[in-house]
Design a protein around this ligand. Structure first.
Ligand code: HEC
Ligand code: HEC
Ligand code: HEC
Ligand code: HEC
Length: 451
């Protein structure tokens, strides 16, 4: 208990001492930023964004629940750090302190809102992450269109930065404000992976209609605007089925991984060995990514006999477990000094497991399923929300106990058995060729005699 107090105090002091790493956001009044209500020419974008987690970043009950715990644990030192990403306008304007939303302007309440992102001009400082965002505050909207024709509503200028992963990385890399350890590293995972090398950025997967890279998407960026070759979407769909755009999040989760299950067709007894392989086939970063000490992704493997009795039940959890200075784990991210364990799947990589069970009398049904939740049922309950479990992938296969069960003849079964069929075939071939060779020799001898 005493050690815990010391650790906590050290962290609090460290946070106060190193405020520069906490947030690079400038100070600016909220009046420099419009609310989404002012974006009436872009109604499609407003509809897409308003169901996203960006729009809900400050009002998200899971966020507020965790922030409250963090504030209690650190004596209020955490608030400005956390809020910087979850409501940059609220923090820049000084209207948002800790959990008190009473002075926050409507723009600040909109979390990560349109006019914040569209007044971002680059990265401030050398390290990407912890809101390392350069903001103009001059009202000119920055975006990816080379020849913007905005009309009288506002000015607009071309920004190459909006097509970069660094734009997202400014917030999608979170380092501990006291000890700088990476807590969320989606940007770094992407940067070190195959997608960065191929030039596929976050926007290509998270700002397009469906999973994968769906480009170009012809359309207009504003009512009455010219038709453009590619128009992105402001969906920012990820994995939050419970609080975000459920349909889009489910679609993305189901596209993220492929699950392979190998079982023998028939086992007449003994131990049956089965193998599962999960491949991160669709995510541009680790699976899971982001807040991986809280996210839950797990593989469940079961084998059930003909009577419905479970003869195998295994679970493997993917994610990170954080530890504190005393080596205790799991701990909350503000207490963390290191990672106790890390079981996640890098982009395009696979991970396999073998399991075995004693064969039953009759056929056995083997099922492997990969599940995802944004947080545990316990956390959801405490935050007062319902968070569903999503099935990312599932495979079911049957192991038969005899050839009869499959309707195979005994010969077909023998042929299907490992090696046996091949060897038998080889033996028969050798015998046939042997007879043919002898026949040819005999015929020659007989023909010679006749001549
Ligand atoms: C998280 C930051 C972020 C938020 C929030 C956001 N945008 Fe964007 N927006 C971007 C980025 C990045 C692009 C460029 C994406 C690309 O080209 O792949 C973009 C593109 C655009 C474009 C140009 C479309 C085109 O044809 O190229 C418009 C207009 C736009 N956003 C308006 C809005 C509106 C309106 C909202 C709020 C309803 C909004 N944005 C919310 C980051 C954001
Ligand atoms: C100002 C900081 C900021 C910027 C810039 C930003 N994000 Fe986010 N993003 C957040 C925060 C905060 C959340 C989590 C909100 C929550 O869940 O409460 C989030 C959540 C997400 C999610 C998860 C949604 C879900 O349903 O699970 C995705 C996907 C995402 N952002 C993509 C992007 C992309 C792509 C970009 C760049 C175009 C970007 N973000 C730029 C702060 C930011
Ligand atoms: C090749 C497509 C692809 C690229 C590129 C990509 N993502 Fe994702 N992303 C996905 C898929 C699929 C998911 C859903 C599975 C998951 O949660 O990882 C996802 C999930 C997410 C989530 C939600 C994670 C969670 O569990 O809450 C965030 C946040 C996110 N991505 C941000 C980013 C950022 C930031 C970048 C760029 C640095 C990026 N993504 C690049 C495909 C991609
Ligand atoms: C540098 C930006 C940044 C900072 C600082 C930050 N976050 Fe976040 N937060 C994010 C992003 C990005 C996501 C989305 C990641 C994902 O989907 O896994 C997120 C997601 C979350 C979520 C998940 C919400 C949900 O609905 O599942 C919680 C909870 C959260 N943050 C709490 C905190 C707390 C508490 C702090 C302060 C200790 C904090 N965040 C500081 C960027 C930040």
């Amino acid at each position: 208990m005493r050690l815990r107090t010391i650790v906590m105090l050290t962290i609090c002091v460290a946070m106060l001492v190193v405020p520069s790493t906490a947030s690079a956001l400038p100070s600016m009044p909220s009046s420099l930023f419009q609310t989404s209500a002012g974006c009436g020419c872009h109604t499609a974008f407003v509809d897409q964004w308003s169901v996203s987690m960006h729009a809900k970043a400050l009002t998200d009950p899971i966020y507020l629940y965790e922030l409250k715990l963090g504030e209690e644990a650190t004596g209020g030192a955490l608030g400005p750090f956390c809020n910087a990403c979850h409501s940059p306008i609220g923090v820049m304007s000084g209207e948002l302190t800790s959990l008190d939303h009473s002075k926050v302007s409507p723009g600040g309440m909109e979390g990560v809102t349109c006019d914040f992102c569209h007044q971002v001009s680059g990265t401030a400082g050398d390290v990407i992450g912890n809101t390392s965002t350069a903001v103009t505050g001059d009202g000119v909207k920055l975006g990816p269109i080379a020849d913007p024709q905005p009309g009288p509503a506002h000015e607009a200028t071309y920004s190459e930065f909006h097509r970069s992963a660094e734009f997202c990385g400014n917030c999608h890399n979170v380092n501990h404000p006291g000890n700088n350890m990476p807590l969320e590293a989606t940007y770094t995972e992407w940067k070190n992976g195959p997608y960065a090398a191929e030039g596929v950025v976050c926007q290509d997967c998270h700002m397009t209609p469906g999973p994968g890279v769906i480009k170009p998407r012809e359309g207009t960026a504003a009512a009455g605007g010219p038709v453009r070759e590619h128009v992105p979407m402001m969906t920012f769909a990820g994995a939050n089925v419970g609080l975000g755009d459920a349909a889009r999040a489910e679609e993305r989760l189901r596209s993220a991984a492929t699950l392979d299950l190998r079982v023998p067709d028939i086992a007449e007894g003994g131990d049956v060995t089965i193998q599962t392989t999960i491949t991160n086939s669709g995510a541009g970063h680790y699976l899971p990514t982001g807040l991986t000490d809280m996210r839950q992704m797990w593989l469940e493997v079961t084998a059930t006999d003909a009577d419905g009795t479970e003869i195998l039940k295994e679970r493997r959890d993917f994610g990170t477990v954080l530890k504190d200075a005393a080596g205790t784990y799991p701990v909350y991210l503000w207490d963390a000094v290191g990672v106790q364990s890390d079981d996640r799947i890098p982009p395009r990589e696979s991970t396999s497991n073998e399991y075995s069970f004693p064969m039953a009398e009759g056929a056995v049904t083997v099922r492997a399923a990969l599940y995802y939740r944004t947080c545990s049922e316990e956390v959801a309950k405490k935050a007062g929300v319902e968070i569903p479990t999503t099935t990312m992938a599932e495979v079911t296969k049957t192991v038969y106990s005899s050839p009869d069960e499959v309707g195979m003849t005994d010969k077909e079964f023998r042929a299907s058995q490992d090696g046996t069929g091949g060897l038998l075939g080889l033996a028969i071939t050798i015998v046939i060729f042997g007879f043919m060779a002898i026949a040819i020799v005999l015929m020659r001898v007989m023909m010679k005699k006749e001549a």
